[in-house]
Ligand binder design. Sequence first.
Ligand code: HEC
Length: 106
Amino acid sequence: MKNYASFKIAIVAGLSLATIGMASSASAQMASGQVLANTCFSCHGPAGHSAGDMPTLAGKDGEAIKFLLEGYRSGNLKGTVMNRIAKGYSSEEIKALAGYFSSQAK
Ligand code: HEC
């Protein structure tokens, strides 16, 4: 009887862990864009809201951000610092960054 009860608890715990696991992998994708984006805030402003001469990234079209970053990475676009910066990111990370900044309010 006691064994059955702890067996049931183990199953319930296992199921909820599986659910938490699925939920956190979805939010990990969201979070990784945000975590990566922290590096950009020093120049492009908090959450991409630039107060100075740097281009504002918040609310910019995601495809445009992706295109620009891929361009800087490949060298098709010439910038002052962005070529070096973009080279540090994979296509997946560029996608996550574009997703993060495009989803910020303008
Ligand atoms: C050291 C300052 C600096 C950092 C850090 C930085 N940027 Fe930039 N960014 C610039 C400058 C300056 C430009 C203008 C192009 C150039 O001169 O390289 C630019 C341009 C851009 C553009 C093109 C915007 C447009 O409208 O033309 C995008 C997109 C961009 N940055 C994304 C990012 C992302 C994403 C990060 C973080 C991974 C980042 N930047 C980090 C300075 C920075």
